[in-house]
Design a protein around this ligand. Structure first.
Ligand SMILES: [Fe+2]
Ligand SMILES: [Fe+2]
Length: 358
């Protein structure tokens, strides 16, 4: 491997180790939950599905997939500065989110050992996958002479407490949206091989099958808990998590539009494809999904994304604190109003579409 790649303009914790991106509402979160409640979960409604998924995970189809072959052994100097910075940013965000999954699954498996062996096993298998994913991304960063100190990240990130039900809604969506993101990039580059500037993307096809399986495991967990899909509260939480995950996706994709353009992808089209497909997947697990085909859905979403960029510009300006606040307030109120309208937009009743299958 070459070491002659020029250093990108990146803040370092120590030589070669990147200062983790500042935590914001849009950066990947680290979670803890009520482990006793998870241990006591009654899985009887989905026992067969969960056992089938344990078998799938034990088969370990991707055991030899995450190996860096000779394709990685080359110089990346030809990648221009702007693309490199956007790419390193993409790698960091992806690595952090894979690693956050690893920590949560590992902790769940540790805490459930001996108390709920079926769940302890399945979380250990998912932790195995996420560790591979995070490690592979971190090695890709090191091709650009920078890496994340995952131990430092473990100790210094703040952890958000989520009730087990929230974890199930949120992680289901993050696995499925991860699947659609990776496969959309993979298929696009398959059609446009000239835009494949780094071999990581070639790995996405099998990689995303890991995420798909993780999503299916969380679907089984969700369907094993009738209150998560049979109650009005379950409907409201479903919409809340769909909207939160989609808004985070749209805003971060447009914040990093340069990266998607460097792959020859239109960031808006990419975002819409990923959201539409994730919403359609979620209709197989959630009681309600959002009506993303209504024109106002993406109109309002992209207005929020524009405001997000204006907010970032205000934060970066030399204005006084008060001036910044006065400029930001109407933008924040506008975004809250748009998101509230989207939340109350008539949803699609997925349970009615499904009939009495479950
Ligand atoms: Fe992953
Ligand atoms: Fe995953």
């Amino acid at each position: 491997m070459t070491t002659t790649v020029p250093q990108p303009q990146i803040d370092e914790l120590k030589p070669g180790v990147k200062v983790p991106a500042k935590e914001t509402i849009l950066t990947p979160r680290f979670y803890v939950t009520d482990f006793d409640k998870v241990a006591a979960m009654d899985l009887s409604l989905q026992e067969e599905e969960i056992d089938a998924m344990i078998g799938e995970m034990q088969a370990d189809y991707n055991r030899y997939h995450f190996v860096r072959d000779e394709e990685f052994e080359q110089s990346w100097e030809h990648i221009d500065e702007q693309t490199r910075l956007a790419f390193v940013d993409f790698l960091e965000r992806s690595c952090t989110s894979e690693f956050s999954g690893f920590l949560l699954f590992k902790e769940l498996s540790r805490k459930l050992k001996g108390r709920n062996p079926r769940l302890a096993e399945i979380f250990a298998l998912m932790a195995r996958d996420e560790a591979r994913h995070a490690g592979f991304l971190n090695k890709a960063m090191s091709d650009f002479n920078i890496r994340l100190d995952l131990g430092y990240l473990t100790r210094n990130r703040s952890y958000t407490f989520f009730k087990p039900e929230w974890i199930i809604y949120a992680v289901y969506l993050s696995e499925k949206i991860g699947y659609w993101r990776y496969i959309t990039i993979f298929r696009h580059l398959e059609q446009n091989p000239d835009r494949q500037f780094y071999p990581l993307f070639k790995r996405f096809e099998s990689w995303c099958q890991d995420e798909n399986r993780h999503g299916d495991i969380f679907k089984a967990l969700l369907r094993s808990q009738p209150k998560m899909w049979k109650s009005w509260q379950g409907r409201l939480w479903s919409r809340f998590f769909l909207l939160t995950v989609f808004a985070t996706h749209s805003l971060t994709v447009l914040e990093r539009a340069d990266f998607y353009r460097s792959l020859g992808l239109d960031p808006y089209e990419f975002d819409k494809t990923v959201i539409r497909n994730t919403n359609a997947s979620a209709a197989r697990a959630f009681p309600e999904v959002l009506d993303v085909e209504r024109p106002e859905f993406f109109e309002r979403m992209y207005r929020c994304a524009e405001r997000n960029e204006q907010l970032a510009a205000i934060s970066a300006s030399n204005d006084s604190k008060l001036a910044k606040f006065l400029k930001k307030a109407p933008l924040l109120l506008g975004t809250m109003a748009d998101l509230t309208r989207l939340y109350f937009m008539r949803p699609i009743d997925a349970e009615a579409l499904r009939g009495e299958v479950y």
